[in-house]
Ligand binder design. Sequence first.
Ligand code: HEC
Length: 464
Amino acid sequence: MRYFYLCILFVTSFAHAKNEHADALYSTHCAACHGAELGGGVGGSLIDGIWKHGASNDEITRSIAKGNAQMGMVAWEEKLSAEEIRALVIYIQENEAKAIAQKQQVPVPKGNELTRTQLHDYRLEIFVDKGLVNPWAIAFLSDGRKLVTEKAGQLRIIDANGELDPKPITGIPKVMDHGQGGLMEVAAHPDFSNNGWIYLGFNEGTDSKCITAVVRGKIKDHAWVDQEWIYRPDRKFRSDSGVHFGTRFVFHEGYLYFPIGERSGMMEAQQLDNPKGKMFRLHDDGRIPQDNPFINTPGALAEIWSYGHRNPQGLVMDARDGALYSTEHGPRGGDELNLIQAGKNYGWPVISYGMNYDGTPLVSMTEKEGMEQPLVYWVPSIAVCGLDFYTGDLFPKWQNDLLVGGLASQEVRRVRIENQKVVSQEIILKNVGRVRDVATGPDGKIYVVLNSPDQIVQMVPASE
Ligand code: HEC
């Protein structure tokens, strides 16, 4: 109840941001002293990683807002709004990160050569070279086959020998290929070898009215059969927006967890009577668990597990302690890794570390009481997509590290988690394509589903 009514108060809090782009703000107000490329002038460099007055968000914000009259730095809070100052902080951080990244070596695999990383060297092998169009997710079946979704609405099968079957599975539900939405997630039930259930997450409806839904079914002789609906949001929630559909699946102890993005409805992510911008928990047959956090909240959807999400496109559970992690597409500079807990509010769009994609200011607040902080956020955005723990035997020093995919950044990051906190990160794969999904295979290899080129590649350890 508390969460539900509080959220109404936030509606007005981000509406005042002005529309000047961060780069225009920078060239108008800052470039004269800090240099057109931020490399310094009368004022120091803002991209050399050296911060006289501190490098944290709060410290940089303070430097800009309060200035330093004696040294000739203006107190910008008199001229710029809090949202504009926040956008400038992100803009500076983006440029600083890019400048630092340029000096670093990135592990770009080449041909059959070994790619070196801090803890393991690997070779990148092509698993599926041709025949896929916009592959979105991969699932491993206990009989050695693999399933792959294609966004436009085809479910494909790769046989135990690694051959892509030219014929898609027939009879899957009608998929609406609209904007970022289409046929997205596929996963096998943990007890697949006994029950045969396959789950699909897809966009349902028409161009002007559609939303993410979940079904399960079985595959017999190339056909989708015995279909059951697991989650089908009320038609009134369908939208024509082409963005932020989610979704990924995690099964655990008879439950299914999955998110739906906010479909650019922004504040809808804060509204508990609405499925957009939410994480859900259901029994794996679609029933609503009676101990879900909002089961007794009047007006709230009882299937909600957490809220305040923008567009989660990675979801995985740590087998060691049952902690649930999600990566979520934020605005520009605001991609997040979150520890997902029952009933919690992840803050979108009231708090965020990002600005609008066109560079206009979004919000000034990065924190607020009652809203969760991300474990980590990425500036610049990497466009997080696909997430798994490495749990195979082939790369022992990566055991239980998170593998985080990035579409725009074309990378896989290895993120070490200790006591549910991020302790280190390393890019282990770069620039071979847009990473749509990443998964530990039952054989211990790391499978990376790429878009442009549309391929599936495998990271395999360096053999002696
Ligand atoms: C008239 C020249 C001038 C302009 C215009 C100016 N700055 Fe500065 N800025 C300075 C100087 C000089 C310093 C060093 C102040 C000091 O040593 O304390 C500085 C310091 C800073 C710092 C702190 C750097 C550190 O190492 O901690 C930040 C951040 C900063 N400026 C951002 C901006 C931004 C953003 C703008 C535009 C909105 C801007 N400045 C416009 C001259 C300028």
